[in-house]
Design a protein around this ligand. Structure first.
Ligand SMILES: *Cc1c(COP(=O)(O)O)cnc(C)c1O
Length: 424
């Protein structure tokens, strides 16, 4: 599509947008009496209006039923995690039995590494992306040390080539092959939080398996953002959080995926808790852990109902649209933002988009390397009611989220860039 940098063009795109009405399903923070222009959905998604109702319903249920709430009502707490499985399975391209909602993201990363990072003397290395989200870096570092290895030796990071900002798939593949039978685990983000690069998860999985490694992904920035086919791609395990593109609120619960070929293997070592134990026998309280089949067999604790309720509210909205339709708008909205930023760019502004250009290699995020006055630009945007994200030393991250951002939001952003230059 040939874009135009004008208000009327953006309005026309909003009018044709089949998802435009979803914007009304969300609460927007206010700035000087008007809704903000929110580009931070990759950090904390906005609150769906339904969320309050879903949480209040569980408060009422507790008030009226006490402990009986575990077994009564439309959504008995005993089975609450199951009410999220079908939507989560569609979200990441999995079978229902391959996904479960439990705990929080970093917790699940560790739990699944207990099962899938089981190094030997000769096969102990982890291949990951350089500049991964810090929690993943600390997670890998501490796991490696836990098994008695040195992080400097055991963790191999893939870095972009000199002068480039993101990774080439061919370089990732070459790195995995280079370390070959020393690789125990390939652990990548799905979408890198800093650059917004969406990695080729299928190819990474394939080559990881070729060298005999396990392959897992942290999908914090991918779930609810890009189309995933975890089952088809034969991924061993994956984890994600629900509060970024999935709008389940601060500290929201995590989703986990375990491929069925592992999920149905009760011999696979794991750290166990009563909620992962055979459901029929759970309340017999007997010795001897027998895991449930599938991803549910990794659960430790009974569900955190209030945060699960918030996730259920937001997932229902997400699921109604579906990832393919979301992505269709998202690709166009992101491309429009790219167009508008490039149209405003000029000497003095010195913006450089470091997110891949090809829509195959990105989701709903653009990361912009700013010039010398980057922080002043960011502050200017904030004073005009734009909620963006500043990453030291000089990157502004923008997430145009298809569920609640409009083409007019994007057009306004270009105008704000222009007004900054007019002041300079
Ligand atoms: C947001 C994010 C996290 C945060 O982990 P929590 O355990 O939910 O605090 C971890 N890893 C990545 C890649 C993230 O983007």
């Amino acid at each position: 599509m040939q874009f135009e940098n004008s208000k009327s063009f953006a309005e026309a795109l909003d009018q044709e947008d089949p998802l435009a009405s979803y914007r009304n399903e969300f609460h927007f923070p206010q700035h000087a009496g008007n809704p903000v222009t929110y580009f931070c959905g990759n950090s904390l998604g906005l609150q769906p209006k339904k969320t309050r109702e879903y949480i209040l319903k569980e408060l009422d249920h507790w008030e009226k039923e006490g402990v009986e709430g575990h077994f009564r009502g439309d959504h008995p707490w005993m089975y609450y995690h199951k009410f999220l499985s079908a939507q989560n399975a569609r979200l990441v391209g999995a079978k229902e039995s391959e996904v479960v909602v439990m705990n929080t993201l970093t917790t699940n990363l560790h739990l699944l590494m207990v099962s899938f990072y089981r190094p030997s003397k000769s096969r102990y290395k982890i291949i990951m992306e350089g500049g991964a989200f810090p929690s993943d870096q600390y997670g890998m570092e501490s796991q490696v040390k836990f098994h008695g290895f040195e992080p400097e030796d055991a963790i191999i990071e893939a870095h972009p080539r000199e002068g480039e900002h993101y990774l080439r798939t061919e370089d990732i593949i070459a790195l995995i092959k280079k370390h070959g039978d020393e690789v125990a685990l390939v652990m990548f983000g799905g979408v890198n939080y800093y650059t917004g690069q969406f990695f080729d998860l299928e190819s990474i999985t394939k080559v990881g398996h070729e060298v005999g490694a396990q392959v897992g992904f942290d999908l914090a920035h991918a779930a609810g953002n890009v189309v995933l086919e975890l089952h088809e791609w034969n991924v061993d395990f994956a984890v994600w959080c629900s509060y970024k593109y999935l709008n389940a609120g601060p500290g929201g619960p995590s989703g986990a995926f375990v491929h069925e070929r592992h999920g149905n293997n009760p011999e696979l070592p794991r750290f166990a808790g009563w909620w992962g134990h055979n459901e029929e026998e759970r309340f017999k309280m007997e010795k001897g852990f027998i895991p449930m089949q599938g991803a549910e067999g990794w659960q430790l604790s009974n569900a955190q109902i209030f945060s699960f309720a918030a996730y259920r509210a937001s997932l229902e909205l997400h699921d109604k649209v579906g990832m393919k339709a979301l992505r269709k708008k998202a690709d166009q909205l992101t491309a429009y933002l790219e167009f508008v930023v490039e149209a405003a760019n000029r000497p003095g502004l010195d913006l450089n988009i470091i997110t891949p250009k090809d829509k195959k290699n990105r989701g709903s995020q653009l990361s912009i390397l700013t010039g010398a006055n980057g922080k002043a630009l960011f502050d200017h945007l904030a004073s005009r009611g734009f909620i963006c994200d500043w990453r030291e030393p000089n990157v502004i991250r923008l997430a145009p989220v298809p569920l609640y951002n409009s083409y007019q939001d994007v057009w306004k952003f270009g105008e704000a860039l222009n007004s900054f230059m007019d002041l300079a």
